[in-house]
Design a protein around this ligand. Structure first.
Ligand SMILES: [Zn+2]
Length: 635
């Protein structure tokens, strides 16, 4: 920020004077004053054929970032400097804004250095900031810098000044940076909630009384509808798997689960008073009883955004301070990748392909909730889904829809359990059966029966690793000889977060080096660590990648099952037969710079993995697999 002579006057709204280097602007085009948004003439003085420069200036004029007079002066200044014409580069928004900032003695911040201080931001009403497109950034020597991309929007600045009594000064920023920061800091729907607040027609309603929010005017209702739509839309765009709306005494919090981690969404503080109206809106969308506020309810919403259809499972549970809502997002036509594209190693892929051609047997995918088991099974089903095979699935909930596959939705309420549905399925003579999850003895036994009577059965099980599936089935009450004869293979699976490609940096710390040595990785192997940037919402990670371990039940392991061998013994046998464990698969991703040591340690429990002290200390125990969700069992 320079000490330009006109800064003070600009702050007081005094008409600035142009430097003498400018040609006199045509009469009538001189900005009459900076206290008005209207005074500068925002129409192009250049009516001739458009050059890229003129297109840019016209656009900036149309968006009221620039007055016509300034545009003319800018062109003139460039031609005097000899930067225009065929030899020179075409200007961009940044150059124009920098020029403006010099002309008017205001600061300029480039795109990458625009970052708002939350504490400073909290001093101003979000509604006015959004309306005037002003964003307070930081406090500097008692004065608060307020970002704008429109130099002439000083009316908004005056409003803020009189509302807060603070000393403010404008700083010019690129439009893109302003919009990005506004969205990030003022949050989803801040404008619609702000509008509601202003109108005051929605009363603060007591959650225990009748729905007074239903009496709200149509406009308020429209605002609530817009707000809820915005929440859903943002969640889908941010790749969220769940939306959590949580009522607390003085706060109504909304969080999205992205890549397995909950992330809080910045919201206006006034949101709390609209909590009942927002929950009611969600209940209406999901066909729930809005009058019932004392009992949990489950419902669903179907939404479509562009080509993506999303099935949303809604769970409402009354809590101490109002009803909490968890929405689980199931993307219906998220395209399934091929089996070779889900990250299986060459050996694992070959093993998987082999069992797909088996006439009968059980193939299990194991891992905790949210480890991507269902996606893997669907990818497999997709490979064998053809006209000669009949495939039936029974799931809770149905997560993907496959053409040509018969899918059954479990409904405990109606008495259609896994076990009951499964018994009926067999009468429909399928070749392949997918059971969403083996949860109990009855389901396990029918699965075994189905396998023994000539069906290929796929299912999932909650165990720590692949060898653990054997013990789990036996613990559920399946006879070891039945497990030995029906179980063909088990795939253990976890998800690790992928380092954000935009901001990851080489990890040259001592503990990274120690780890590399311990793992026998050469000096050419580079480890990376998470940093955090805008692209990844400061988490350092973007997306997830699966790690696998594949255990074939070969003759040796079948014999061990019959002999009641322990999980450890079975694991050792599987490893000596070539099984690569989950963490060994994870180290492969670490060595490729895809994820971090901590991520892999966070989701695996291998006893035989050499652990690095430093990595264990700083390890993130809240791996993606630790996420449970209330709206349904994700497998
Ligand atoms: Zn990043």
């Amino acid at each position: 920020m320079g000490n330009e002579p006109r800064e003070g006057r600009l702050k007081e709204g005094v008409e600035p004077k142009f430097r003498t280097v400018h040609p006199a602007p045509p009469p009538g085009l001189i900005p009459a004053g900076f206290n008005s948004d209207i005074a500068p003439t925002f129409s192009s003085p250049m009516a001739e054929a458009s050059t890229p420069t003129q297109t840019l200036l016209d656009r900036m004029i149309a968006e009221r970032q620039l007055s016509a007079a300034d545009a003319a002066a800018f062109v003139q200044a460039r031609s005097l400097q000899g930067t225009s014409g065929s030899g020179g580069q075409e200007p961009n928004e940044r150059e124009v804004l920098e020029w403006l900032s010099q002309e008017y003695g205001v600061g300029f911040l480039p795109l990458e250095s625009v970052e708002a201080d939350r504490e400073v931001l909290a001093l101003f009403p979000a509604r006015i900031l959004l309306k005037e497109e002003l964003l307070p950034l930081r406090r500097e020597q008692g004065t608060i810098e307020v970002a704008t991309c429109r130099l002439f929007s000083t009316r908004g600045l005056d409003t803020l000044r009189s509302l807060t009594g603070l000393r403010l000064k404008l700083v010019l920023v690129p439009r893109e940076a302003l919009l990005r920061e506004m969205k990030k800091n003022l949050g989803v729907g801040a404008d619609t909630i702000g509008a509601l607040d202003e109108e005051k027609s929605v009363q603060v309603v007591d959650e225990n009384t009748e729905d007074s929010n239903l009496d709200a005017g149509a406009e308020d209702e429209a605002s609530i509808i817009r707000f809820v739509n915005q929440v859903l839309k943002d969640a889908i765009e941010l790749r969220a798997s769940d939306i959590h709306l949580e009522p607390f005494e003085h706060e109504f919090r909304i969080r999205y689960r992205i890549d397995g981690e909950l992330q809080e969404i910045p919201l206006p503080a006034q949101l709390k008073q609209f909590q009942p109206a927002i929950v009611s809106r969600i209940k209406i969308l999901s066909h729930l009883n809005i009058a019932e506020k004392r009992l949990p309810q489950d419902g669903r919403i179907k939404v479509r955004i562009e080509d993506t259809e999303v099935d949303i499972r809604v769970s409402v549970i009354p809590m101490l301070h109002g009803e909490a809502v968890v929405m689980r997002l199931l993307r219906q036509n998220s395209t399934l990748r091929g089996l070779s594209q889900i990250g299986l190693g060459a050996r694992e892929l070959q093993c998987f392909r082999r069992v797909l051609d088996l006439p009968h047997g059980i193939v299990l995918v194991t891992g905790p909730t949210g480890s991507g088991k269902t996606s893997t099974l669907y990818t497999a089903l997709n490979e064998i889904n053809d006209e000669v095979r009949k495939i039936i699935t029974i799931e809770d909930p149905v997560e993907y829809q496959l053409r040509g596959v018969n899918q059954i939705q479990v409904s405990e309420k109606a008495g259609l359990t896994f076990a009951r549905g499964l018994r009926s399925i067999l009468r429909h003579d399928p070749d392949v059966v997918l059971i969403g999850e083996i949860r109990d003895r009855e389901t396990a036994q029918i699965a075994v029966q189905a396998s023994l009577t000539g069906h290929l059965v796929f299912s999932t099980l909650h165990t720590n690793d692949a060898p653990g599936a054997v013990t789990r089935l036996v613990d559920m009450g399946v006879e070891p000889y039945l497990v030995a004869s029906s179980l063909e293979a088990v795939l253990g699976q976890r998800l690790v977060r992928v380092l954000c490609p935009e901001c990851k940096v080489p990890d040259t710390s001592a503990h990274a080096n120690a780890f590399r040595l311990r793992m026998g990785m050469g000096p050419d192997v580079e480890l990376f660590k998470a940093v955090g940037c805008r692209h990844c919402r400061q988490t350092g990670f973007f997306g997830r990648h699966a790690i696998f371990e594949w255990m074939d039940t070969d003759e040796n392991i079948r014999r061990m099952i019959l002999e009641n061998a322990s999980t450890d013994q079975i694991r050792a046998a599987a490893r000596s037969a070539g099984m690569r464990t989950l963490s060994e698969d994870g180290w492969r991703l670490v060595a490729e710079g895809i994820t971090t040591v901590e991520e892999v340690l966070g989701v695996t429990t291998d006893k035989d993995t050499p652990r690095n002290n430093a990595a264990t200390e700083s390890g993130d125990p809240s791996g993606p697999a630790s996420g449970e969700n209330a709206a349904g069992s994700r497998t």
